[in-house]
Design a protein around this ligand. Sequence first.
Ligand code: GLP
Length: 241
Amino acid sequence: MQIIEVADPAEAAAFAADLIEEHAPRVLGAATGATPEPLYRLLVARQRLAPTTTVCLLDEYIGLPVGHRQRYRHVIEAQLVNPLGLTVVAPDVDAIDPTAACRRYEDALVELGGIDLQILGIGRNGHIGFNEPGTSFDTVTHVVELAATTRADNARCFDGLSGVPTHAITQGIANIRRAKRIVLIAFGRRKANAVSAMLGGPVSTASPASALRDHRDLVVIADREALTQRNIIQSHSFGTA
Ligand code: GLP
């Protein structure tokens, strides 16, 4: 694992964009949320991703009407896919049988040959995608009930908490671990506990992101605030990174 401390989101975006362009992923896994937005803006501005790149969604809410501005497919299309003329692959959250839709998404990922590079954020509770604390590390794409903290955090994107869906489809932790490269980005003090648990706490389902710690090609890009707790945990119980 490589930990890159950056000054701000712009520096994180520049570092991540260089890395992504250098590896030229055929299949790019894309997270949503505020964190990767500067990165997507930069990738669009530079226009260096091959138009043959396929972008796979990490997760998607269930129950939002087609055209809703918070449908992650719509968000990723608007922020990354359409401006660069890429192809997007997403789980079918409108399917009558969401479990069957998860299986079809798994098949699609296999057919693509897996994710070459996965961009990730992290939830305040340590979630990756919508894999909430307690999720087994061997899960593949599945339907999740969102944690109360996740719904509360994401309420800012809706007209209040009642508008936030209760369920979603997410790639599982096993999918994310299978990605050939992972770039996880975190900013701000509100992510410090999640980042410290990921980097220095026990590898445990209590911290879904800790499942990535032994990944062979993981780059964590974070600002000083997100890394503040890390030194405390390391010096008390975990030695060096
Ligand atoms: C959301 C997404 C995650 C994202 C996380 C953090 O719930 N499902 O993929 O990483 O929350 O979001 P933000 O970057 O806005 O803090």
